[in-house]
Ligand binder design. Structure first.
Ligand code: NAD
Ligand code: WQD
Length: 343
């Protein structure tokens, strides 16, 4: 059974990826310091797969602890590096925390890979590196734009660090996965998104408003140059996204030739506006979400959606879930969270 190290594996996307890795026959070791997740996620994963992943509560910025941890698990075939801080607004007010956390974690892993004979890394990047693309849908060859936040800059810098490292060390390989907007939850409702505090992202804010935790959704602007005036994004089901990571790992393990960096957009290829998503959510879940149009949010780009052709062709991966099913999964998860709170 091939061993995969998953940093940030108790997080939103990481936990869904651990499920898919286990169900594809991999042994998973999670390294996470729980700064933005909860150890109970391991129970959720075990309920779905029957296997409780190995978990190490370690901060990836701590080189010695990370080294000792990797030492405990010889034969790791690949790392999937999810661990990062990701709150855009917080990164503006606490830039150094974001640069330290997100970049030192990555540098530690890259330094430890040759030492532990780990040849492959999959990195969580983001469509945020494109800024507002000049051409839509956006391909991987689109120009990388100046980051709109320190968080976004950590993704851009991380991609450069990985590329430069691999250009210098031909024994390593990397796949950079640029996620668009991951949404939804595992259909079992055993795992899902667990935003800390007030959600920054649209869908958790919608579901928390629908369940009564929030009084109303603020729609940040309807005066954009889009059909209904609200921003357009490419919302991708988190399980579809997780499946792409398994395929990426399998691709690297099958490759003989190393020392290359591949980049893939992970999106549906379909743009949806805020108001469209809100409308579909209410319709499929038969719930009302009170909302108010307010001013634009600082730093928001107007519209972005993926051209996923390269991932479709090279990885043989395509987003499968309908937005309707995805929004149902998000609501089912919010209902499960309510049930847990009321226990
Ligand atoms: P998340 O916050 O749910 O998961 C990240 C996990 O990493 C958390 O469990 C957190 O505790 C852990 N972590 C953070 N710093 C750590 C450290 N120093 N050492 C060990 N663990 C650490 O976030 P997510 O939504 O699952 O995102 C996963 C990755 O995908 C991140 O790199 C994020 O930047 C990237 N990404 C997310 C989105 C999105 O919309 N969710 C979009 C594009 C890219
Ligand atoms: C989507 C749309 C908002 C909340 C962010 C990060 C990106 C990545 C994904 C980590 C926008 C609107 C939102 C609300 C709203 N994260 N909105 N009311 O901004 O596309 O991307 O998350 O990598 O890096 O920037 O996602 O969900 O915050 O917003 O109107 O309460 O919903 O204006 O148009 P975004 P989002």
């Amino acid at each position: 059974m091939d061993r995969i190290l998953v940093t940030g594996g108790t997080g939103y996307i990481g936990s869904h990826t651990v499920v898919e890795l286990q169900q594809s026959g991999f042994e998973v070791i999670i390294v996470d310091n729980l700064v933005n997740s909860n150890v109970d996620v391991l129970c959720g994963i075990e309920k779905i797969t029957g296997v409780r992943p190995i978990f190490e509560n370690v901060d990836c910025t701590e080189y010695v602890n990370l080294d000792r941890t990797i030492e405990k698990y010889p034969g790791i075939k690949a790392i999937i590096h999810f661990a990062a801080l990701k709150a855009v607004g917080e990164s503006v007010s606490h830039p150094l925390e974001y640069y330290r956390n997100n970049l030192v974690s990555l540098i530690n892993l890259l330094e430890l890979m040759p030492k532990h004979k780990i040849e492959n890394i999959v990195f969580s990047s983001s469509c945020t590196v494109y800024g507002q693309p000049d051409v839509l849908p956006v391909t991987e060859d689109a120009p990388i734009k100046k980051a709109l936040s320190p968080y976004g800059n950590t993704k851009k810098i991380a991609e450069d660090i990985i590329t430069d490292t691999i250009n210098a060390n031909h024994a390593l390989s990397a796949i950079l996965l640029r996620y668009f907007n991951p949404i939804g939850a595992h259909p079992s409702a055993e795992i899902g998104e667990l935003p800390n505090g007030v959600p920054n992202n649209l869908l958790p804010y919608i579901t928390q408003t629908a369940i009564g935790l929030r009084s109303e959704l603020k729609v940040f602007g309807n005066d954009y140059n889009t059909p209904d005036g609200s921003c357009i994004r490419d919302y991708i089901n988190v399980v579809d996204l997780a499946k792409a990571h398994v395929i990426a790992v399998q691709r690297m393990l099958q490759k003989k030739q190393k020392s290359d960096v591949e980049i893939f957009n992970l999106g549906t290829g379909r743009g949806l506006s805020v108001l469209e998503l809100l409308d579909i959510f209410q319709k499929v879940n038969k719930v009302k979400v009170p909302y108010k149009i307010v001013g634009r949010r600082e730093g928001d780009i107007e519209q972005v959606w993926a051209n996923p052709a390269r991932a479709n062709k090279e990885l043989g991966w395509k987003a499968q879930s309908s937005v309707e099913d995805t929004l149902k999964s998000a609501w089912k998860w919010e209902l499960k969270l309510k049930e847990r709170r009321e226990k």
